[in-house]
Write a protein that binds this ligand. Structure first.
Ligand code: CP
Ligand code: NVA
Length: 301
């Protein structure tokens, strides 16, 4: 059976830590391997991407493999060829699918009909590779992740869901401040709590930010929600990570953002460009983490 990564909760605690340790080792040692020698990863991206696409393309090359990049525009995907047919054909050419799409159910269909691993490169519900690399960004600063208080300020979106999944595996306290109507999926919160996650929900960004080790945010309108931008700007006013919110956190607090950022909305220019921001370290870590994820998928770790 191929190994798939559709969400962080798919991982055992042991595998999650194995991937994290390996990513750090790959980064610290500047390691390139032959894990993907003679192997091809097909990247299917139904949404835009800068970091995820390029870090996966480079990661595959660092592992000795090759990539093919596909979008619906120039493939039969955009002409309604069923995913189950696409999955069965691509499985006969390549060794791995890295997929950015809308509903999680599309990834589940690909898994059902693929004989090769499927990796979620962002869906409406989850962004596991980003949040695993965010674990690396936290871990390389504090190895005792269980001692940390992480605040999520803003939308209970795909990133929030993957942080909730991660809280169950890596043991940090997670406090999410979301406006009414924009909470994370209660089923994801409940599952994580069953696995031991310490997850708290509040409507108050100040309560979340107080004594936090990390303040974390993301765009108010995710890809596919552009039509809700105006309404979301109204609802999320007061949920900006700015100097005032940062002043409530621990003095050494770091600010995380997966990027792309909308300055002046979910984060102020001063905070994003200021000394607390680790956004560009996070972006770098995508490369190291993608390599570890690919090694895990191919069973070499
Ligand atoms: N953070 C992230 O996934 O960025 P991209 O949309 O540029 O891939
Ligand atoms: N929540 C954002 C993340 C982008 C990397 C989105 O889905 O657009």
């Amino acid at each position: 059976m191929p190994r798939h990564l559709l969400r962080i909760a798919d991982l055992s605690r042991e595998d999650a830590w194995k991937i994290l340790h390996r990513a750090k080792e790959l980064k610290d040692g500047g390691i390139r391997t032959k894990t993907m020698d003679g192997r091809t990863a097909i990247l299917i991206f139904e949404k835009s991407s800068t970091r995820t696409r390029v870090s996966f393309e480079v990661a595959v090359r660092h592992l000795g493999g090759q990539t093919i990049f596909m979008t619906p525009v120039e493939s039969q995907l955009g002409r309604s060829e069923p995913l189950k047919d696409t999955a069965r054909c691509l499985s006969r050419y390549a060794d791995c699918l890295v997929v950015r799409t809308y509903g999680q159910e599309k990834l589940e269909t690909l898994v059902r009909f693929s004989s090769i691993p499927v990796v979620n490169a962002l869906s409406d519900e989850h962004h596991p590779c980003q949040v695993l690399s965010d674990m690396l960004s936290m871990y390389e600063r504090t190895s005792d992740l269980g001692s940390l208080r992480v605040a999520w300020i803003g939308d209970g979106n795909n990133m929030a869901h993957s942080f909730i999944d991660a809280a169950a595996l890596f043991g940090f306290d997670l406090v999410l401040a979301c406006p009414a109507g924009y909470d994370p999926d209660p089923a994801i919160v409940a599952q994580a709590r069953e696995r031991g996650a310490r997850v708290t929900l509040t409507r108050n960004p100040e309560d979340a930010a107080r004594d936090a080790d990390y303040l974390n945010t993301d765009v108010w309108a995710s890809m596919g929600q552009e039509g809700e931008q105006r309404e979301r700007e109204r609802v999320f006013a007061g949920f900006q990570v700015d100097d005032r919110l940062l002043s409530l956190a621990k003095p050494a607090c770091k600010v995380m953002h997966c990027l792309p950022a909308h300055r002046g909305e979910e984060i102020s220019e001063a905070v994003l460009e200021g000394p607390a921001s680790i956004a560009f370290d996070q972006a770098e870590n995508r490369l190291h983490m993608q390599k570890a994820v690919l090694e895990w998928v191919f069973g070499t770790i």
